[in-house]
Design a protein around this ligand. Structure first.
Ligand code: IMP
Length: 205
């Protein structure tokens, strides 16, 4: 029997990327649409690691099933690594993706090309009530001077990947998943989850 694992996010865009990225693993991936008891989870950790674990643990507590959560931050060189853990609330509480993008374009307006470097980071946490697994993924890029592309979500339209000559919003989800912070975090989690699943299946047998 396949192990059921809940993807602990209400964000439909993240869910799509996580589902695609984790689809090769031998697990039955569920999402929060099956669990109306899970409301918004307060992310009050000081780091991406803490927030990813808060979400995975809370969803485990409420569903009783192993859970996977992702927390993501954008670290901009010219802003001394900000917004980092505050990436979702960069333009204020309850702001939209576009509010954040517009604020980023505004604060970066006078910054010259060579100083527009940024890193997207994702931490993925898995929790089954006892065992914690953590993985990190990063991608380097630049903050573009204007929005480009219609795909993706969040800051994708202004996150420019130099080697590709494109923003994330100009890529397919498959391409983004190969090179992105989240894709890299999934790649790093995969061997850990595989060996966890092997041990677990042996224990059940
Ligand atoms: P959180 O992990 O849900 O706290 O997300 C942090 C912020 O980063 C949110 O504003 C997201 O919209 C944004 N974000 C997360 N992942 C991505 C991504 O892959 N591309 C662009 N923006 C993202």
């Amino acid at each position: 029997m396949m192990m059921k694992v809940v993807i602990a996010t209400h964000n439909k865009d993240k869910l799509k990327e996580l589902k695609k990225g984790l689809s090769q693993l031998n697990i039955d991936l569920l999402d929060l649409s099956c669990f109306s008891e899970v409301g918004e989870i307060i992310e009050d950790g000081k780091t991406l690691e803490e927030n990813a674990l808060i979400k995975a643990k809370e969803v485990f507590r409420l569903t009783g099933l192993p859970s996977i959560a992702d927390d993501t931050g954008l670290e901009v060189d010219a802003l001394n690594g900000k917004p980092g853990v505050f990436t979702a609330r960069f333009a204020g509480e309850n702001c939209s993706y576009m509010d954040n993008v517009n604020k980023m374009l505004k604060v970066m307006k006078k910054i010259k090309t060579s100083d527009r470097g940024a890193v997207f980071k994702t931490v993925i946490a898995f929790f089954d009530g006892k065992k914690e697994l953590l993985s990190i993924g990063e991608v380097k890029g630049m903050i573009a001077t204007e929005k480009k592309g219609l795909g993706g979500f969040g800051y994708d339209s202004i996150f420019y990947v130099v080697n590709e000559g494109k923003t994330f919003a100009e890529m397919t989800i498959e391409k983004k998943n190969i090179i992105s912070h989240r894709g890299n975090a999934i790649k790093n989690l995969t061997p850990k989850l595989k060996s966890y699943l092997e041990t677990n299946i042996k224990e059940i047998a």
